[in-house]
Design a protein around this ligand. Structure first.
Ligand code: CMP
Length: 137
């Protein structure tokens, strides 16, 4: 099933010059880049993007962190790409994310209130549609 997903290289990934490496892994896996933008996200966009996390302890630090610098937003297409990119990314906690994944290879726990875990990938077809509309209009 050909799907589209939203991948974000978060501000930590952009600041650490990992955008190219992350794009390389997406392309090497065989997925297609459909659209790409460098975005300075504002609170309004982030509040919509992260609405499911409102009220959680990491919500405010997450919204602040995501405004700390530019984010690269990428529309990626491929067979089962939603599940596939989450597999490339690895689990949320970079300390225990499997080696070989983006978070496992490059992420570490900085002891901050929010996991600065380099990337985001939509978690379902519904989320992908909603998030792609937010970041690409
Ligand atoms: P993301 O996939 O963008 O979705 C929500 C983000 O919140 C997540 O990546 C992490 O950056 C952060 N996050 C999720 N769970 C936690 C947690 N338990 N503690 C700190 N940050 C978290």
């Amino acid at each position: 099933v050909i799907e589209e997903t939203l991948v974000l290289v978060k501000p930590d990934g952009v600041a650490r010059n990992l955008t190219g490496e992350i794009l390389r892994r997406i392309e090497a896996k065989g997925y297609s880049l459909v659209d790409l933008r460098l975005v300075q996200a504002d609170r309004e966009l982030l509040a919509k993007h992260y609405e499911e996390h409102e009220g959680k302890p990491f919500y405010e630090p997450l919204i602040e962190f995501m405004q700390s610098g530019p984010t690269v937003a990428i529309r990626v297409a491929g067979n089962r790409v939603i599940e596939g990119f989450r597999s490339l990314a690895g689990t949320t906690d970079p300390t225990t994310a499997a080696p070989g994944t983006i978070r496992g290879d490059f992420g570490r726990d900085w002891g901050l209130k929010v996991q600065q875990n380099l990337v985001h990938g939509s978690d379902s077809v519904e989320s992908a549609e909603r998030e792609l509309a937010l970041w690409f209009g």
